[in-house]
Design a protein around this ligand. Structure first.
Ligand code: FAD
Length: 392
């Protein structure tokens, strides 16, 4: 339950209330370190908490955190379990594969541990008041403050609220009249953990493309201690049009896909297959801010449409929102017009990458022959670097 804050007598109680302590919320709190602002970071869960994900921490996520303070990244490299990743293997529908070697050092680690480690950094390095088991129920924007009503009856008041509350964002639902993006900009994903998978290669994440799951892929990611995050993601438009049961399709592929079948014969599944949505960027974005509020990460539909990564974009948007919140307090301006600077920053810094990925996803996702041709060409000297630039 929420604990009383030091600033209980002040009004509003906080300068900034961040709803959601995943990567976006934790990064936002870290970026507000030293700002002098009174910050509350609240989450409906108690950490460590699971999050359905592929558990691949993008190199750009670590890079952005390192720019705030290299000590954050040093601490995250101590995390266990973890598996350092140096390259990816892409297997085309026809069975040809090629490797992409990544420039930025990074690792995979179950979100259960990674997100708890991020939140630990917030506790260790900032004065933010962390409230767990604190579910936002109702949110009102008033002329001189925002009021957050939590499950159980407690209230929080603040000058600006930052919605980092994920794909089903309560902040977004309550404050934005426009509906979420259409199914053409949304993917569905399922994943389970396995051990004893055969023929894996150290430091390698694997992506499998198939005619049965175009506009998406099956992944096999090592996450440390001999365990693998194995999942399947696909454009929601196709899932609903063809009434696809993703959990069933995942298991079928593990048993029958030519590049996978034998490898799972002796494998053991650890726990159930779980699914979750991926709101993707790159389309016509609905606004990510308004008077006294901003949205970050999945709440703002910022997942990369081609590769499905969103942790890096969540962290980068959380950092941008922190800068905007500090500017709002400094100028005492919480108007929608002033807050719109945040949307402009998002568009400038993340927009081109998301738009490029979306176009590429639509192109490759409907043309398996292009994937087959690409993987063959990518093995030719000189072309691999070009393919990597296209996909990275
Ligand atoms: C199947 C799948 C595979 C994926 N694989 C990858 C991958 O390998 N690499 C990658 O980079 N990305 C991946 N993603 C995307 C990634 O998981 C998200 O982009 C990322 O988690 C977004 O971070 P966030 O902080 O915006 O939201 P979240 O991580 O979802 O955090 C939101 C937080 O808000 C809290 N919350 C929600 N509602 C409330 C409320 N009402 N009140 C208070 N708190 C609330 C939640 O408890 C949660 O802690 C995957 C997603 C899926 C579904």
């Amino acid at each position: 339950m929420p604990t009383p804050s030091n600033s209980a007598l002040a009004f509003p109680e906080y300068d900034v209330a961040i709803v959601g302590a995943g990567p976006a919320g934790a990064a936002c709190a870290l970026a507000l370190r030293g700002s002098g602002l009174r910050v509350a970071l609240l989450d409906k869960a108690t950490f460590p908490r699971d999050k359905v994900c592929g558990d691949a921490i993008p190199g750009h996520a670590l890079k952005a955190l390192g720019q705030l303070d290299p000590a954050y990244v040093d601490a995250l490299w101590q995390l266990a379990p973890r598996d350092e990743v140096r390259r990816s293997r892409l297997v085309a529908p026809g069975g040809h594969s090629f490797y992409l070697h990544w420039k930025l050092r990074t690792f995979n680690s179950p979100r259960l541990h990674f997100d708890a480690a991020l939140l630990q950094l917030v506790r260790q390095h900032t004065d933010a008041v962390v409230l767990e088991n604190a579910t936002l129920k109702e949110l009102s924007i008033l002329s001189d403050h925002a009021r957050l009503q939590l499950a159980g009856g407690a209230d929080i008041t603040c000058r600006v609220v930052i919605g980092c509350d994920g794909a089903n964002s309560a902040v977004g639902r309550q404050l934005l009249p426009e509906p979420r993006l259409a199914r053409a900009h949304h993917s569905a994903g399922v994943r389970a953990y396995f051990e004893n998978v055969a023929d894996t290669e150290a430091g390698t994440t694997e992506f499998f493309f198939s005619r049965s799951h175009l506009a998406g892929y099956l992944w096999l990611f090592p996450v440390g201690e001999g365990r693998y995050n194995v999942g399947l993601g696909m454009l929601s438009e196709l899932v609903s049009r063809h009434k696809i049961d993703l959990k069933k399709l995942l298991l079928e592929n593990l048993a029958t896909h030519p590049a996978l079948a034998g490898r799972f014969r002796a494998a053991r599944q650890l726990g159930p297959i779980r699914g979750f949505g991926l709101p993707m960027g790159g389309g016509r974005q609905r606004p990510a801010s308004g008077a006294r509020f901003m949205l970050c990460g999945d709440a703002a539909s910022l997942i990369d449409p081609l590769q499905g990564h969103g942790i890096d974009l969540a962290i980068r948007s959380g950092i941008l929102a922190a800068a905007q919140a500090a500017a709002c307090v400094a100028q005492n301006d919480f108007s929608a017009a002033f807050m719109h600077q945040y949307d402009e920053q998002l568009q400038r810094q993340l927009g081109p990458q998301l738009a490029h990925s979306y176009r590429l996803m639509r192109l490759l996702g409907t043309r398996p022959w292009l994937m087959n041709l690409g993987t063959r060409l990518a093995r030719l000297p000189g072309i691999s670097a070009w393919v990597k630039r296209l996909l990275a």
